[in-house]
Design a protein around this ligand. Structure first.
Ligand code: SF4
Length: 199
């Protein structure tokens, strides 16, 4: 019989964590606040190398992962270790979105339409710093320039500040709030394009 709501004890009994598993991860690792992670950043990778990487991915016809970076937050979380811009004045968003769209457009010329976007992640900062209209506009702008897989995985980071929003805000974006205490919102590509492209 399948238990619909297993207790913690039942889940623990199902879980098998051996010594080999524990030893595999029992070591220090970088805190993952950016992609690529800071330890692999190098001055030898510039615009020319970036264009070459895009061309190589195009030649391979690899699937596409897009990352949209929104650096702003309204308030600072106590545990924050990100390179974030705390800004309550939302007038900073439109000029930034203009640049983001320009880059989105530029990159789309290096990604042919038969290559599907299978992952689309919005991070920052807090993407939900944007208004629902701005989120929808940026999402539509991107979707018009790339081919999204029907089951594309779409994730958007949120902040505790945004929990103060009225219930239902963002519903028109196809976004569903995750559990309270989880700082992420998740969505699936409803109609709509691993893993070489960042915007
Ligand atoms: S939402 Fe994220 S980026 Fe913004 S202040 Fe909190 S931890 Fe930092």
């Amino acid at each position: 019989m399948t238990l619909m709501n297993p207790s913690l004890r039942e889940m623990r009994d199902e879980l098998s964590v051996g010594e080999e598993f524990v030893n595999r991860y029992n070591k220090p690792g970088p805190r993952y606040t950016s992609y690529p992670t800071a330890p692999v950043w190098t001055d030898s990778f510039g615009p020319k190398e970036y264009e070459q990487a895009l061309a190589a991915a195009e030649e391979k016809r690899s699937l596409v992962s897009l990352y949209m970076h929104l650096p702003f937050c309204e308030c600072l979380c106590l545990f924050c270790a990100c390179n974030v811009i705390i800004q309550k004045d939302k007038r900073v968003a439109p000029p930034y979105l203009g640049v983001l769209k320009k880059e989105t457009d530029h990159i789309s010329h290096s990604v042919s339409r038969e290559r599907q976007v299978v992952q689309f992640h919005w991070g920052g900062g807090t993407p939900t710093y944007l208004s629902p209209e701005q989120i929808e506009d940026l999402f539509t702008y991107t979707r018009e320039r790339f081919t999204f897989a029907p089951d594309a995985e779409i994730g958007i980071g949120g902040s505790a500040c945004d929990h103060a929003r009225a219930p239902g805000d963002g519903a028109q974006d196809g976004l569903q709030p995750a559990q309270h205490g989880d700082s992420r919102l998740q969505a699936r590509g409803a109609e709509s394009g691993a893993s070489d492209t960042a915007v």
